[in-house]
Design a protein around this ligand. Sequence first.
Ligand code: SF4
Length: 296
Amino acid sequence: MKLTSEMIKEKARELGIDAVGIANIERYKDAPPLFNPKNYFPEAKSVIVTVMRIPRGSYRGIEEGTHWHNYTYYAYNRLNTLFRPRLTYALACFIEDHGWEAVPHYPAVPERNPVRMPVAEGKLPSDIVMSVRIMAVGAGVGEIGHSKVFLNPKFGPRVRLGCILTDAELEPDPIVEPGTICNKCGRCVRECPGNAIPPVKDEDKKITIEVGGKKITWGDVHMGRCTLTHHGFNNTISPFHKKAFPNMEFDVENCDITEEEAYRLCYPMATAKWTRTPFDNPSGSVIEYYDYVMKH
Ligand code: SF4
């Protein structure tokens, strides 16, 4: 049945998806095996990337210091795991209603793979996860900034991305010329509270890949410092950790912890319990705010 890029975009608009970009599969031909969409759906001809905005107002309470958990629900967790996939799913069904196969893809964390061994020698493990940011570059919905954060021309970094692979051959969108949105101003380097983003001029701390014939470059972010900071272990910006551990002096900005070590430290803290007496801390939670977020 006839299916065009314009029909898909019109349906996406009707569903409430903020933007859609389309790539032909050849743009990802150099992707490593564990990231390669062809190893996921060998007959794929096109990649469709869906963009949904993070509402500006979801940051407001954090800026005011009066309401923190809105970001978790409307800008991160529920947006990424519920609102966005629901519409990606509806768009995938629309494609299948037209007689083509559509693979809706949940972004996950490709950097952590593989986590399982292949079932037999010479086979790939069952952990193929494309990098949704790289798919989005190829589909022309924005570029990866120096900070490694994906930037959309309309919403900047305030977006969540989804992805659909299909065997329908669709008209691709042009790739955004590198440097159009990120002008390498270095503000993210100066303002990163974890000191995790390398200087723009440090040529040794750059990652470069090729997508659809274009060279795409970003800073090799220190993921240990970044993980500690966005999980609240950086006392210079997290009020909750500081409250639970007022005497802890962890120099996050200069430490050389790995990403894996940082995750091992941060994740168990979200559910950690300890109390000297039930009177001074009835819930037993080591960091009460984490406990509050986990229950919602
Ligand atoms: S270098 Fe400037 S434009 Fe590029 S990601 Fe950093 S702050 Fe944004």
